[in-house]
Design a protein around this ligand. Structure first.
Ligand SMILES: Cc1ncc(COP(=O)(O)O)c(C=O)c1O
Length: 403
């Protein structure tokens, strides 16, 4: 589809979401990981259409708030395929999950175990969030996360005992989430080894066999051409082999394995389309290109700056020139890309496309400067449609109810 036509129809900035790409990633996961449950991490990006595609493609859904759950509920996402997680869930989150009957709730603190046991009207399946104390390479000794129960300090084992002491809760298994973008499958192998060790200890000390191992999300995916891509099939094979051999050694039945890809499903499906507002020479002679969006629609680049591709949409024979691409926001830090090239004849009115923006951008977008958040436009089968409309000034004023 012509990006210029989409920009003319929907305005800029706009997130352009390729439905076929999302569905393709879902199918790739299911095909490469038979017998493993893949739960899409809705925090990466969620809207009703997305939830519907995930449901239709047969993935489960991991939600972390009553809001994400409400989106799932609005498309009748099967409750038996929903997992609620989040390192500090509110009582409202828990109540919403219990009301909808979500299949599994991951508990992250002692207070949450007590709260959940008090609130649940029926037997609730839970998993315990464990911090294995590993960095993104799977090396020991670094507690990179500040949530969940620590394996090293023994609070994880204590949490197991606490959950088992509540007759309202059924302890299904353990879950961890590695620091974003672990570089190698070995990080997941190391995490699995640690969690299986705890499962063996639980069985030895309590006689209870845990049946589920959830390794969270975060699998590395390429953002720009040339980035590493840990192949999905190879990843799955290695983790599965490790789990099988480790379980044989520990005399544990092989648990049901769950992973929660977010970015791996949606990131590559989206480009953000901007229009150039100004082109000027900076103090050091470098060209500075300002776009009509920026940090409020592209917050993910602060967290996960990985050199996204920035391209001019207009065909030109002009040579490429190094430029700094900045946003429109009144912050010194509103730099989308400090080190990219654009055609030397780039001018106001040109369209610029930034690729791989599907995860943690729309979902983390803000109303900074009261610009209004961009729309999300789905493209599929040669057509396009609005999934989330542009946030207008009257939307902003509607919330502003007091004088
Ligand atoms: C617990 C948990 N699961 C899954 C994810 C998804 O991670 P990713 O989008 O990197 O796959 C996250 C992201 O932070 C998370 O915290």
């Amino acid at each position: 589809m012509r990006l210029s036509a989409l920009a003319a129809a929907y305005g800029t900035p706009a997130f352009i979401l390729d439905e076929a790409d999302v569905r393709y990633r879902c199918r790739s996961y299911l095909a490469a990981l038979p017998g493993i449950e893949a739960a899409y991490a809705g925090e990466a990006f969620l809207c009703r259409a997305m939830a519907q595609w995930i449901a239709a493609e047969g993935l489960s859904l991991a939600v972390c708030s009553a809001g994400e759950l409400a989106v799932a509920q609005s498309v009748n996402f099967p409750a038996e395929r929903i997992i609620l997680h989040g390192h500090a869930k509110t009582p409202a989150d828990l109540r919403a999950a219990l009301r909808y009957g979500v299949d599994r709730i991951v508990v992250d603190s002692t207070a949450e175990i007590i709260r959940l046991a008090a609130l649940t009207p029926r037997l609730q399946r839970v998993l315990i969030q464990v911090t294995p104390g590993l960095n993104a390479h799977g090396d020991r000794g670094v507690e990179e996360q500040d949530f969940g129960f620590s394996l090293r300090s023994g609070t994880a084992a204590d949490a197991v005992r606490r959950v088992l002491s509540h007759p309202e809760l059924t302890l299904t298994g353990l879950r961890c989430h590695l620091a974003a973008q672990p570089a190698e499958a070995s990080a997941y192998e190391a995490a699995a080894r640690e969690l299986l060790g705890l499962m063996a200890a639980v069985r030895e000390h309590t006689g209870v066999t845990l049946t589920e191992l959830n390794l969270g999300g975060g699998r590395v995916v390429p953002y720009a051409a040339g980035d590493d891509d840990v192949g999905l099939a190879g990843f799955a094979d290695r983790v599965r082999r490790l789990i099988t051999s480790e379980c044989a050694q520990l005399r544990l039945p092989v648990p049901h394995l769950v992973i929660e890809p977010g970015r791996a499903i949606v990131n590559r499906a989206v480009i953000t389309l901007y229009r150039v507002l100004t082109v000027r020479r900076g103090a050091a002679g470098r060209t500075i290109v300002a776009l009509d969006g920026g940090m409020s629609d592209y917050p993910g680049h602060e967290l996960y700056w990985l050199g996204h591709s920035v391209r001019a949409v207009r065909p030109t024979h002009a040579p490429a020139e190094p430029v700094t691409v900045v946003g429109r926001y009144r912050e010194a830090g509103d730099v989308l890309a400090g080190d990219v090239t654009l055609p030397a004849d780039v001018r106001p009115g040109d369209l610029v496309a930034v690729s791989s923006t599907g995860a943690y951008n729309h979902s983390m977008a803000s109303d900074h400067n009261l610009v209004g958040r961009p729309p999300v436009i789905a493209v599929s089968n040669g057509g396009s449609r609005t999934l989330i409309r542009k946030e207008t000034t009257s939307d902003l004023l509607t919330r502003d109810v007091g004088l």
